[in-house]
Write a protein that binds this ligand. Structure first.
Ligand SMILES: Nc1nc2c(ncn2[C@@H]2O[C@H](COP(=O)(O)OP(=O)(O)OP(=O)(O)O)[C@@H](O)[C@H]2O)c(=O)[nH]1
Ligand SMILES: [K+]
Ligand SMILES: [Mg+2]
Length: 400
């Protein structure tokens, strides 16, 4: 019997089982069985390479965003509008059959946007090109779930379920459970607060299902069986997702208003170019990118080509900034001067551990060089010491 049939059979058994104190252990065990089967389903078929033909797109730019949604919601239309790339759009379903990348130029950065084939219910079990589409979306930094505003009820839940079935967790953070497998010593189960979903016995059952007999488990929140399974599986990806309700030109204003008020949601119309800038701003915020402008010694900062760091990938300390410029730079750095919101005063002498913030200006002072214009106090004499520069001012050359 195939894995998918096995999963269906267990789900049917769970649906038939009365939910009560006595059966919760059995149900918990069935959930673990399904999670294990789903992980097996995810393993790429023996000998296959990654996501399959037409889906191997190399990463490019400062971040990656994947367009996920049912067929004909407007994904390709949106990519064509936001990037210089044309992706075929048409009213029939499955117009797009491969992954088509475009580049969004935004805030001095390049963000790779991926158009993908529409996915349908059952995608996680391999329906259509679901498995490849979802594999590519897992490689992105954030997901834009594109929905047809005129018929999105239920679609959002279905898509969320399909993505969760392959280990994606949208707009969630990892459960606060400390879990460590041990060589010996049996299972130690502790919690820092009263638990209402999981008790020691259920935890043992779940661990037993994974043939784990020695482990340390500490619940730091009132987590559920699903949370515990997620922690044991350890292969979940926690991603931000923006719900993009497209085609609001064919929807009543009160429905549009209701959709717009939902968290992590944006309402747009590609056809009427409505609200696309708001979508870009929400996307930018979700990406959490940090632009650092370099200021060469004795010169003005270069505002055209920032070093772009990301809190999710690598981090935003002065050290990350130096490593981004080149690996061997860190050892020559005596300290750096920072202007901007992360500095208490401008410029501030900082070390490698200083966390940088978006639009900071950084000047590196190397060990052998002396500082620009003498000591800290004397630097003040340059009235043009850059502080937080607004976009407008950036355009006009700083007075020297
Ligand atoms: N009314 C309206 N129609 C739109 C809008 N955006 C796209 N469409 C239409 O919706 C249809 C589907 O658009 P596509 O961009 O092909 O949708 P898709 O999600 O890429 O479709 P697949 O590639 O098949 O998954 C096309 O006829 C578009 O012209 C919109 O804002 N309003
Ligand atoms: K289409
Ligand atoms: Mg398309």
């Amino acid at each position: 019997m195939g894995i998918v049939e096995r999963i269906k059979e267990i789900e049917a058994e769970m649906a038939r089982t009365q939910k009560n104190k006595a059966t919760e252990y059995h149900l918990g065990q069935l959930k673990a069985k399904i999670a294990k089967l789903r992980t097996q389903l995810l393993e790429p078929p023996k000998g296959s390479s990654g996501a399959g033909e037409g889906f191997e797109v190399t990463k490019f730019g400062h971040g990656r965003v994947a367009l996920i949604g049912f067929p004909s919601v407007g994904k390709s239309t949106l990519l064509t509008m936001l990037t210089g790339t044309h992706s075929e759009a048409a009213s029939y379903e499955f117009t797009t059959l491969t992954c088509i990348p475009g580049i969004i130029h935004y805030n001095d950065t390049k963000i790779q946007l991926l158009d993908l084939p529409g996915i349908i219910e059952g995608a996680s079990e391999g329906k259509g090109r679901g498995r490849q589409v979802i594999a590519v979306s897992k490689s992105a930094d954030i997901v834009l779930m594109v929905l047809d505003a005129s018929k999105s009820e239920g679609h959002r839940q279905i898509l969320t379920k399909e993505l969760e079935a392959v280990g994606l967790r949208l707009n969630k953070r990892p459960p606060q459970i400390y879990f460590k497998k041990k060589k010996t010593g049996g299972i130690s189960f502790n919690s820092t607060l009263h638990l209402t979903h999981v008790d020691e016995k259920l935890c043992y059952q779940i661990l037993h299902e994974y043939k784990i007999h020695n482990a340390e488990v500490l619940f730091r929140e009132d987590a559920t069986v699903d949370d515990l399974i997620d922690v044991i599986e350890g292969n979940r990806k926690y991603m931000k997702c923006i719900y993009v309700y497209n085609k609001i030109d064919v929807v009543g204003i009160d429905d549009v208003d209701r959709l717009a008020r939902q968290p992590n949601s944006v309402v747009i119309s590609c056809n009427m170019k409505l609200n696309l800038d708001r979508l870009l701003a929400k996307m930018w915020e979700a990406m959490g990118l940090v632009r650092i402008y370099t200021k060469p010694q004795g010169q003005q900062p270069d505002f055209t080509d920032p070093v772009v760091l990301s809190a999710d990938r690598g981090g935003c300390t002065v050290e990350d900034f130096c490593n981004h410029i080149h690996r061997s730079l860190v050892k020559d750095v005596k300290y750096v001067l920072v202007w901007g919101t992360s500095a208490r005063h401008s410029p501030q002498h900082c070390g490698l551990a200083q966390m940088l913030e978006d639009e900071d200006v950084v000047q590196i002072v190397k060990k052998k060089e002396k500082e620009d214009g003498g000591g800290r106090g004397r630097f003040k004499s340059h009235s043009n010491a850059p502080s937080r520069i607004s976009d407008r001012e950036k355009k006009a050359p700083l007075k020297t």
